[in-house]
Design a protein around this ligand. Structure first.
Ligand code: AMP
Length: 212
């Protein structure tokens, strides 16, 4: 089981890459943005509240976002491997995730940092706006989303670097090349985990303790 998250600015391609990886590695893709959009289109109370923030390029309050994510993750099979896309975005959400994973006996194995210069991300959002018509891809809102990302989310990357979980991936390359780079990090992380687990079992085995 490998749990990972993908971080990067709006327009970096997190959703596309998370979707591809979920398919190729049989993992569960959890996107808080997609979940909110579903609530918005179903006109739920949460959707109505979230929409005002989303349309303005602001973050939905931690309390609402955290509750929605907690409900989703706690209903997952313990064997499922997760790809978190768009969560956590604030320090409070990092703490919520740490506690939640701990409680479920899970842990984050890897953080993919999708690097894309702001000009490229803004250009991509403009293209997406004309194709998908997402209200939050409007130019003014896109600028605000980048400001909010820089102020609240970018600092979290340093936190994950300090935990030695972060791996940088150049998000300006072709979609397939980015996917290959990410898959490589996932494979390395999974084999390191297997090695650590095997090593731990060996050291902890009663036979080994007795003969030592
Ligand atoms: P995304 O599709 O991930 O870019 O998310 C679209 C919008 O949903 C964001 O601009 C926020 O308004 C809201 N959103 C998604 N995830 C979060 C989160 N973790 N915390 C707060 N707001 C979020």
């Amino acid at each position: 089981m490998t749990d990972l998250l993908i971080v990067g600015p709006p327009g970096a391609g997190k959703g596309t890459q998370a979707h591809l990886l979920a398919q190729s590695a049989d993992m569960v893709h959890i996107s808080t943005g997609d979940m909110f959009r579903e609530h918005v289109s179903n006109l739920t109370a949460l959707g109505v509240e979230a929409k005002t923030y989303m349309d303005a390029g602001e973050y939905v309050p931690d309390e609402l976002t955290g509750r929605m994510l907690t409900d989703r993750i706690t209903t997952l099979s313990p064997d499922a491997s997760l790809i978190l896309d768009g969560f956590p975005r604030t320090l409070a959400q990092v703490h919520l995730l740490d506690n939640l994973l701990d409680r479920l006996d899970r842990r984050l194995d890897l953080v993919i940092v999708l690097d894309v210069p702001i000009e490229v991300a803004v250009e991509r959002a403009a293209v997406r706006s004309s194709i998908e018509g997402r209200a939050d891809d409007d130019a003014t809102v896109v600028r605000r989303r980048h400001e909010v990302y820089a102020a609240q989310t970018a600092p979290l990357i340093e936190l994950y670097r300090a935990r030695t979980l972060a791996r940088d991936v150049d998000g300006t390359r072709l979609v397939d090349d980015v996917a290959t780079a990410i898959a490589g990090h996932v494979t390395t992380s999974a084999s390191n985990e297997l090695r650590d687990t095997t090593h731990g079992t060996f050291l902890a085995s009663p036979g080994r303790v007795r003969s030592a």
